[in-house]
Design a protein around this ligand. Structure first.
Ligand code: COA
Ligand code: ZN
Length: 306
C-alpha cells in the first residue's frame, strides 16, 4: 500500500457529534471535552458551529464555548459556518480556522442551509472575504460528496463543478464529506483519481461517517491517493440533523489506533484519547495489549516455529 507517513487528524465530535445529541450538553461539559482532546495532542478541533441557534439549538452556546476553552499551542480551534453571518460570529469568537459547508446535491443543501447551491456559493464568497480580512484560513467542506439521502447518486461531474466553484473563489483546502456513509472504497478511489490531478495544490480532507461500516476502508482508499487530512469523532458520535439515516463519524480512537498500528504518525497520545470517551477500542484495548494465558492452556503451548 502507498500510504502517507503522517496524517493530520481533525476531531469533529464536539460539532458533528454534539449537534445531534438529543439533550443539550451543558457548556461546561463541552469545554471539558475540547480541553481533554487538545491535551491528547489533537492538532485540529472543529469545536462548534456558528449557525442559526433555532436550527441547531444544541450548539447555541458556540460563543461561550470558544471563549472559555483552554487554548493549547499546537491545536487549531475551528468552527463550522454556513454563511457570512456565521463567519463574523466565528471571527469575533477568536477561531483559528473556518470550516464552511455546502452540499453537492441541491435537495440536501436546501434541507441543511435553506439555500440553493448557487445561493450558498454567494454566501461562501462573503465568508472568504470575512476570513481574508481576519487572516483566518478557510477549509471548504462539501456535504453529500459521495451520495445524497434524497437524490441517491451524486454524479462526479456535479461534485467536480462544486469543487471548481469553490477553488475559483479562492479555496485552497477542500473537504469531501460522506454525510450519510454512502461511499465505498472503489468510489472514493475513482473520485480522487478524477479530482486530484484536476486541482493541483489543493489540500484534500476526507470526512467520513461509519453508517455502513465502510469509513476506515474509505479512508484507506483516500490515503492511497495522497489524502492526509482526516476528520473523525470521539466515541464515533455524529450525524447531520438534516440528513435522514445519518449516524456517527468514524470513531477517532479507532482510527488513530488503526493509523498507529500501521506506523502512520498523527502526533496524538492514544491513551489519553481513549480516556476522553468510550469507543470500540475501550472494550478490547489496543492491539498491543496482551491478556494472561488461560490456566487450561498454560504449559501446553508448543514452542514457536523458527
Ligand atoms: N448565526 C446566527 N443567526 C443567523 C445566522 C448565523 N450563522 N445566519 C442567519 N442568521 C439569522 C439572520 O440574521 C436572520 O435573523 P433575523 O430574522 O433576526 O433578521 C435569520 O437568521 C434569517 O436569516 P436567513 O439568511 O434567511 O437564514 P435562514 O432562516 O434561511 O437559515 C441558515 C439559513 C444557514 C442560517 C440555517 O439554515 C442554518 O443555520 N443551518 C445550519 C444547518 C446545520 O448546522 N447543519 C448541520 C451541519 S452541516
Ligand atoms: Zn458529518
Amino acid at each position: 500500500m502507498k500510504l502517507p507517513a503522517r496524517v493530520t487528524i481533525c476531531e469533529v465530535g464536539t460539532r458533528d457529534g454534539f449537534q445531534i445529541e438529543p439533550d443539550f450538553i451543558p457548556t461546561e461539559q463541552k469545554i471539558e471535552v475540547v480541553n481533554l482532546l487538545s491535551e491528547a495532542g489533537i492538532p485540529r478541533i472543529e469545536v462548534t458551529s456558528f449557525v442559526h441557534p433555532k436550527v441547531v439549538p444544541q450548539l447555541r452556546d458556540a460563543e461561550q464555548v470558544m471563549a472559555r476553552i483552554a487554548r493549547r499551542p499546537g491545536t487549531r480551534y475551528a468552527a463550522l459556518v454556513p454563511n457570512d453571518k456565521g463567519a463574523v460570529r466565528a471571527v469575533d469568537a477568536g477561531v483559528d480556522a473556518i470550516h464552511t459547508v455546502v452540499s453537492a446535491s441541491e435537495s440536501h443543501n436546501l434541507a441543511n442551509v435553506n439555500m440553493t447551491i448557487a445561493e450558498s456559493m454567494e454566501k461562501l464568497r462573503a465568508v472568504m472575504q470575512v476570513a481574508e480580512r481576519a487572516r483566518v484560513p478557510v477549509s471548504s467542506g462539501i456535504s453529500t460528496s459521495f451520495g445524497c439521502p434524497f437524490e441517491g447518486d451524486v454524479p462526479l461531474a456535479q461534485l467536480e463543478s462544486v469543487v471548481r466553484r469553490l477553488t475559483d473563489m479562492g479555496a485552497r483546502a477542500v473537504g469531501l464529506a460522506d454525510t450519510t456513509g454512502m461511499a465505498n472504497p472503489r468510489q472514493v478511489a475513482r473520485t480522487l483519481e478524477h479530482l486530484v490531478p484536476k486541482f493541483p495544490g489543493i489540500e484534500w480532507t476526507l470526512h467520513t461517517h461509519d453508517t455502513r461500516a465502510m469509513a476506515i476502508p474509505n479512508i484507506l482508499a483516500a490515503m492511497e491517493y495522497g489524502v492526509a487530512n482526516l476528520d473523525c469523532s470521539i466515541g464515533g458520535l455524529g450525524g447531520c440533523p438534516f440528513a435522514p439515516g445519518a449516524s456517527g463519524n468514524v470513531c477517532s480512537e479507532d482510527l488513530v489506533h488503526c493509523l498507529a498500528a500501521m506506523g502512520i504518525e498523527t502526533g496524538i497520545d492514544l491513551d489519553r484519547l481513549i480516556a476522553v470517551l468510550p469507543g470500540q477500542i475501550v472494550k478490547a484495548g489496543k492491539s498491543t495489549r496482551r491478556y494472561p494465558v488461560p490456566d487450561t492452556v498454560v504449559g501446553r503451548v508448543p514452542a514457536a516455529r523458527a
